[in-house]
Design a protein around this ligand. Structure first.
Ligand code: SF4
Length: 404
């Protein structure tokens, strides 16, 4: 199994407590993005398209601790940007461990060998190495040769030092089921503790808009992969079987965006890890003031193709708790990869996409410059905003270019 017993037991107890208390919305995993700066520029990533002044922002140790104290989720997933570029990252990880949280530290692994001795192995701490497939698939995905090899070396190094190591794998519409299944065989043979797999979300800022999966293709792809791995039982997935069952088209869930609340340098991101439609100053404000019904598949154009784990894992977990017998059948029997698929949510009444990115960037830049006026006025880049055609939605995404 991809989830250690201790983690499963503690999260299970947390979930039961929330259910019994009748709490309607509660978080499961805090998604922390303490910086957007990265040392790669992947074609499918929409996270690094900010002016330098924003890329230079960091959440402080205190802000990172405040985020978990505010939301109370049992798990923290630290992403970015590249978290290992944050100089306080070892202290941040340690702070979460001292609060008895499970910590998943995502990294592209380029800096792992240099930084690994700043961390200690723990059953509550997992390195999650970005690996989008075999050598050709991954190097293409990250737009740089040699990254796959470094990631594999990093996995071996971390395993040799006694760490728990998983991979996070995003699949696009050029993924081949047979090849992906062989890749999962190979990484499983490396002794990985887990595989987190997800279809890519069509970030409106991602340079490559051609290779994102739509819902039908996602389900077909996952059926093709899982049918080669004994209905998913051959590999140590970190996700629930019910989520994989959803990816294979056997369930049609609504998303649970509050299940993975996201804290970035902008604040608490509304409504989810994938969409930045607004920002709240506090977790309470995020939960109380977000108009949740405006989002989700069928409600909003930008959500139409989303089947990403940060949006739907919490839905699958809730389904598992409320339908334990069905969940047990999927667990024991494996995921069905043939036959009719569940009827999906209609997109007929979804509202059109809003393009709000440039407004948030301008606001953040104004805040940064107000707190460091002399530096900002003298050295800050001018920001030119243009619109480019294509991308997610008919109007096309706004495009921001930082000019020195
Ligand atoms: S469906 Fe929309 S709101 Fe829900 S997780 Fe996906 S992008 Fe976020």
């Amino acid at each position: 199994m991809g989830i250690p017993m201790l983690q499963a037991a503690r999260i299970g107890a947390y979930l039961m407590k929330q259910q019994l208390s009748g709490r309607k919305r509660y978080p499961l995993v805090l998604m922390l993005e303490p910086l957007f700066r990265c040392n790669l520029a992947c074609a499918g990533c929409g996270k690094i398209d900010y002016p330098n002044e924003i890329l230079n922002q960091r959440l402080s140790y205190e802000q990172c601790m405040e985020a978990i104290d505010e939301c109370g989720a049992p798990v923290v997933s630290i992403a970015g940007g590249e978290p290992l570029l944050h100089k306080d990252m070892p202290r941040i990880v340690q702070g979460y461990l001292e609060r008895k949280k499970f910590v998943i530290l995502c990294t592209n692994a380029l800096l792992l060998a240099k930084k690994i001795d700043d961390y200690k192995p723990s059953p509550a701490f997992t390195w999650s190495i970005h690996l989008d497939g075999d050598q050709i698939m991954h190097d293409k995905s990250v737009c740089q040769d040699g990254v796959y090899e470094k990631a594999v070396e990093a996995i071996k190094l971390a395993k040799s030092k006694g760490f728990q190591v998983s991979i996070n794998c995003t699949l696009f519409n050029d993924a081949d089921p047979e090849r992906t299944a062989r890749f999962f065989d190979e990484v499983t043979a490396m002794g990985l503790n887990g595989i987190t797999v997800s279809p890519g979300y069509a970030y409106e800022r991602a340079p490559d808009q051609q290779h994102f999966l739509n819902r039908t293709k996602t389900k077909e792809l996952f059926r093709g992969i899982l049918s080669r791995g004994r209905g998913g039982k051959a590999w140590p997935f970190t996700q629930s079987r019910m989520f994989l069952n959803f990816l294979a088209g056997n369930e049609a869930y609504k998303c649970t965006p509050w299940g993975n609340p996201t804290r970035t340098v902008f604040g608490w991101q509304k409504p989810c890890y994938l969409l930045g439609e607004g920002y709240a100053k506090t977790f309470k404000e995020l939960m109380d003031d977000t108009e949740w019904d405006k989002y989700g598949v069928g409600n909003y154009e930008k959500c139409a193709d989303c089947m990403v784990h940060s949006g739907f894992e919490a839905s699958a977990v809730k389904h598992m708790i409320t339908n334990p017998i069905k969940a047990l059948k999927v667990q024991v029997g494996g995921i069905r990869t043939t036959g009719a698929m569940a009827k999906d949510i209609s997109l007929d009444n979804q509202r059109p996409a809003d393009y709000v990115f440039s407004g948030h960037v301008e606001k953040k830049l104004a805040e940064i410059r107000a707190t460091a006026p002399a530096k900002g006025a003298k050295h800050g880049p001018r920001v030119k905003i243009t619109r480019s055609p294509g991308g997610a939605g008919e109007a096309g995404p706004e495009s921001i270019v930082a000019a020195e």
